[in-house]
Every structure is written in structure tokens, then in C-alpha cells.
Design a protein around this ligand. Sequence first.
Ligand SMILES: O=P(O)(O)OC[C@@]1(O)O[C@H](CO)[C@@H](O)[C@@H]1O
Length: 531
Amino acid sequence: MSSFKESGIVPNGAAPPITESTKVEGAPSRMSLKLSHLPSKKDIKAPWPRTPSSIDPNNPPWPAFRGYHTYSFAHATMGHRLPTILGKAIDDVILTLNQESEEDRILDLIKCIERMDTLKQELQEHAKLRPVVDDGEADVALWNKEIAKYFQGKDFMNAPWLFAEAYKYRRLRECFSVSKYWQSYDVFFRQKASSILSSTHTRILFCDTFSRSCDAVFELSMRFADPWKHKEGLSDEQKLEEERLMFLELTQICLWGNSTDLSLLINMTEEQIKSLQSTGGEHLSATEKNILGNHMGRLWEIVRDLRGKTGGRIDFVLDNAGFELYCDCVYADFLIQSGLAKQIRFHGKRYPWFVSDVTKKDWNWLLNSMMYGHLFPVATEPEKESLRRMAQRWKQYENDGVWVYEQHPFWCTGYTFWDLPGEAPDLFLHLSRSDLVFFKGDLNHRKLTYDCAAPPSTEFEIAIGPMASAAGAPKICSLRTIKSDVVVGLGTDGDELSERLDKEEEGWKISGKYAVVLVSEGRPGEKVRFA
Ligand SMILES: O=P(O)(O)OC[C@@]1(O)O[C@H](CO)[C@@H](O)[C@@H]1O
């Protein structure tokens, strides 16, 4: 293992101090590191993983990903994707501005745009992270405490990627939350939900994943509009097998529903999206080989046993609106109809987050446009009817409290879930009462695993720390298509597999082609205690 001095890095990927001997005439003052300068995966021994007492948001258990790691996805996101996303968000607001007629509202919205411009500039100039303005949101204290304790003097590029990226979305929120008329404005709503009925021009500008997913949407609605029931004449054993197969198929549908994500879709053709979203059985068995860490067998055993045991409450910590949310609901619908679960609690975001994350407005939009909308003018009447019937049933679940939508402020903070028991004890206690918590998508997976360079062979239960080891930790399943650097849970040969993919398939960690379905048994039933 090369020493830190030789490799030019210091622990945890922090920029090395510039000494007299390393100073070069005319060299830029900002030091940038290449990923290849990080220790090789094999060398991640001491001092990693850090001892629990030395872990904090600026010092994850394994080396953090930071924006200044040139050629990393963190760098591409902080340096290129986020400014592009902000630029598109500004275009969206300008479109709204041009449709506004009231002077007060126009002036107020212009101020929002000015704040967005400032944020974009700060991002591009790698400005220091300032405290969040007190805009009345429930999370202000959580944000400012974290900034004061761990990120004083840090900027967009040298703070850990996860925190810096989340901070950008919080600052974007602030651009509107301090306004008079535009507090609930969602700059991403058009992207998430704009109707296929909008003009072609608008549709090209603001691709709408739900309407573009037309084929897959109807394939599912035509199959699942009728309440699910067993075929006639099956023995108990055959019934259980039928249920198991359906469960596994829908688990994969729910999983791969995550492979389309607006922030990555910018340049995809409709054909490419369709192939990602295909729900055909044949396609699913082919894609199972792309699930690199696969605990689906364990997952089925957990769910199978719920019915007899506790009455079955399952939680979904949601990821993306539109097509992914629709797949989540189809899955949740089956869990209720089959009697495997009695209640599903969905956890969404309080405000627009990472472009496509589900807010309450997106949730309502999905159910209401399935019920009353005209999203698919070319669809047949039976197809439209199948959507309406599903929406009707889902709304009934909501009315009856069988489905519950929640939005705790903690989900929109920069903390990882290692800090969930400490920073949101009420939420931890609440989750501890669930029989199984699904975490959907890449961002939730990053937060579960502290978004750091743990070796791919690291066991999931080790990688998620207190969410597995704390007393009362619920059973957890991460359904995630791999779209960023952190990869764990690949088994004992995981490091070799990852190295081979690094050589053979550049970009395999961000393509969404591969996935993991990882389960943690937790410590359910134990009394939750807070220090
Ligand atoms: O959470 P999701 O929707 O599955 O993915 C979110 C994502 O596209 O955006 C983040 C980077 O901006 C990454 O976590 C990931 O690549």
C-alpha cells in the first residue's frame, strides 16, 4: 500500500496541503484529484472503515466521494449536471413568467429567478456553503446545525458530494420559499408531469416520463386492473407458488421502474426508454442476471411470513415520480390484494428534490390524471378504462387508510441514514414499527450506505451501519438500479467482479443497466433506545 505522501492524498480524500515542494509556478491554487489517485479498492484497509466514534458527515466510514475528484461522477454532477439542471429550471420559470399577467406576481417571480442565477453562479464558482435562510421550513435547524458542525468553510466541490448536491436542492427551494406568491412552485413539475396533450414544442422541451412510458403503463394496467386472484382449482402449495412468482415478477418491475430517472434521461430516445422500461416476463428473466447483489429469495421469505405474523405494514421510501411511482403503486396494490400486507405507508418529499423525486403534488397528479386525465389520446378505450379502475381502487385505499402518504422533513436533508436514529428519532421510532421498509432508488441507496468508497464486497448490513445494527432497526430492502459510484453487497467475489466491470464496461456504475436488491434483517421488535 503506498503511503499517503507518495499517493498525494490524505485520508478520506481531502485535498493534500500545498507545501513548498509541491507548489508549481503558475499552477492553479485549487488542487484537483483524479479517482485513480484514490487508494485502490484492495488498499482500503486501515484507516478504513473508520471507527464508529470518528465517523461524521465530513468523514464517512470509507473515503468520501467529493466533487473535486476529477473524472468521477461526483465531479461530472457538481461541475456539469447540476449547472445544466439549474439552467433548465430557470428556463421553466421563464416560461411561467411569460404566462403571468399580474405585476406583483411577476416582480416576485423575477426575484426568484435572480436568486436562482446567484445560486448557479455560486455553484460554478465553487463558493463556500452558507447557512440556509430561515424560510419557515421544518428542516432549517437540521441543515444549519450540520453546516455549522461539519462544513464550516467547505465549498460545493470539497464537501462530500452527497451533502453538496443535497444542499444545492435545498438552496433551490429557498429561492422560492422566501417569495410571497411562489412558495410552492415546483421547477421540475413540467418535467415530471407535463401532459402529452401539451404542444409538441413543450413536449420536446420538457420530456414527460410518464406519458413517454405509454406502452409499459398500459401493459401493466391491462394486466392488473382486475383485482388479483388465484387461478381456479389450485392446491395451497400451488397457490403459494403462484403468489411467489407474481411477487418476484413485480419486485423486478418495481426495481427496474427506477432505471429511468429524469436527471439522467436528458439525451435518451423513446426507443431507449422503452427498452429500459419493458415489463415483459422474458425481458425480466434476462434482466435478473444484471442484479449483481440479489437477495430476492430472502425478500420473498420475509414477505411470505408477514401474513401469519404481525399483520403486515410495509413502508416505501419513495424515489421518482411518474413511471417509477406508478410501478411502486402496482407493486403495493399486489401486496394488499394478495393479503401479504395490510397497510402500505409511502414516504415522499416535502418539496422538489433531485429533479424527479415524488412530492405530494406528484402523488395526487398521478392518481388524478389516471382517473380523470387525458394523458394518452391515442390509447384505446379499454386501456384508458384499465387506468381509471386502478386509480379508483388506489384512491379507495387512501380513503380507507390502507395506503398512507407521509412526508417527514428528514428526507430532504443532507444527512445520510446513518444519522436517521440520531437526527430524526421520531422517524426512526415510526419506521421501527414497520414490518419491512423498501428504500427505492439510487439516492436512497447512497444515503443508506453513507455514499462512500466501501469495497463492493462489503455486506449490506455493514454498509448501512445503525440502520441495521440499532435496536429496533426494521427489516430493510434496497431496490436500486446502480446509477452512481457506491456499490456494496456484491458478495465475497464482489471486488473482483467490480474490477472486471471497470475494465470491460466503462460507465457501468451510472448506466442503470445493473441493479441490487439487498436485504437487511435489522433488529425488529427490540426496544428502541436513544442515547
Ligand atoms: O435516486 P435516483 O433517481 O435513482 O437517481 C438519482 C441520480 O440520478 O441522481 C443522483 C446524482 O445526481 C444519483 O444519485 C443518481 O445518479
